[in-house]
Write a protein that binds this ligand. Structure first.
Ligand SMILES: Nc1ncnc2c1ncn2[C@@H]1O[C@H](COP(=O)(O)OP(=O)(O)OP(=O)(O)O)[C@@H](O)[C@H]1O
Ligand SMILES: [Mg+2]
Length: 255
């Protein structure tokens, strides 16, 4: 298999607390891989390490065979490795469409030189960004609220917008940390459908942290179970759900 993300023997401690413990996972190119485990297992910490938001203590991480260990998040962003972020406070006063238009990292209008000396090119690129933002907003089903302030959208609509922001760039791998939390069933269905379409139609690879087992079952294959900072088991959702160790550590604890 071709691993687009290859995490090799990663360790991370906060003070004396070992949170990630000799953790190795591979995410196959084109997969929607699930990452589950009890509260405090280290899932979000591992995400932050992969996305360049947190340095690791030892180990290596490869993206498509290239070492990216401890590279900064913005560099990884340009390489197509993204994690979704909650819409920041300052963006809540912009419309849904404007939020999408903010994303492109190499928007020509950002360069003063270009703005002064090549205004036609800037205008052209802005029109291009707007066209793409309109396509994205159609794709995620938010056309009807495109001119609403992002802060006024429902929780589920905000999640769709966050997913939409990944489509404004040339994303290859997207990390999703508990995007189903607090989203109503209808919009959750839309989210799942959009993730599947991005995977199928646009070749996105996803690594998905989720406590919602229905969502994991519908979306993810394989599923990796993390416990105390190490991989406990990996397999299909059926294999995971029938694994006695997992039932004890995870489903046992949850019920
Ligand atoms: N910045 C930090 N400083 C100190 N300890 C931290 C820090 N971030 C996380 N931890 C601790 O590391 C452990 C793993 O946390 P993490 O957030 O990665 O777990 P998780 O698997 O995402 O849990 P949840 O399912 O509740 O989101 C926890 O014990 C947490 O308290
Ligand atoms: Mg977490």
């Amino acid at each position: 298999m071709a691993a687009i993300i290859d995490v090799q023997h990663v360790h991370k401690a906060f003070g004396g607390l070992k949170v990630i413990n000799d953790c190795s996972i591979q995410v196959e190119q084109g997969s929607i891989t699930g990452l589950i485990g009890p509260n405090g297992a280290g899932k979000s910490t591992l995400f932050n390490i992969i996305a360049g938001a947190l340095p690791l203590d030892s180990g290596r991480i490869l993206l498509d065979g290239e070492e990216i260990t401890n590279r900064p998040a913005n560099e990884l962003f340009h390489k197509g490795l993204l994690r979704t972020f909650q819409i920041a406070h300052e963006f809540s006063h912009m419309t849904a469409l404007e939020n999408l238009m903010m994303v492109p990292p190499d928007q020509a209008g950002e360069s003063l030189f270009d703005a002064w000396f090549k205004p036609s090119r800037v205008n052209h690129q802005e029109a291009e960004v707007r066209r793409r933002a309109l396509e994205v907003i159609d794709f995620i089903g938010l056309h009807h609220v495109r001119n609403e302030l992002a802060g006024n959208l429902s929780g589920g609509q905000k999640k769709l917008l966050e997913l939409g922001r990944t489509m404004m760039t040339d994303a290859r791998v997207v990390l999703l940390d508990e995007i189903a939390a607090g989203v109503n069933r209808t919009l959750l269905g839309d989210l799942v459908t959009n993730i599947e379409r991005l995977n199928r139609e646009m070749g996105y690879t996803f690594l998905v942290i989720e406590h919602d087992m229905d969502m994991i079952a519908r979306l993810c294959d394989p599923v990796i179970v993390l416990a105390q900072g190490s991989v406990m088991v990996e397999g299909s959702i059926e294999e995971i759900q029938n694994n006695p160790q997992v039932i004890e550590a995870y489903f046992g604890a949850a019920s």
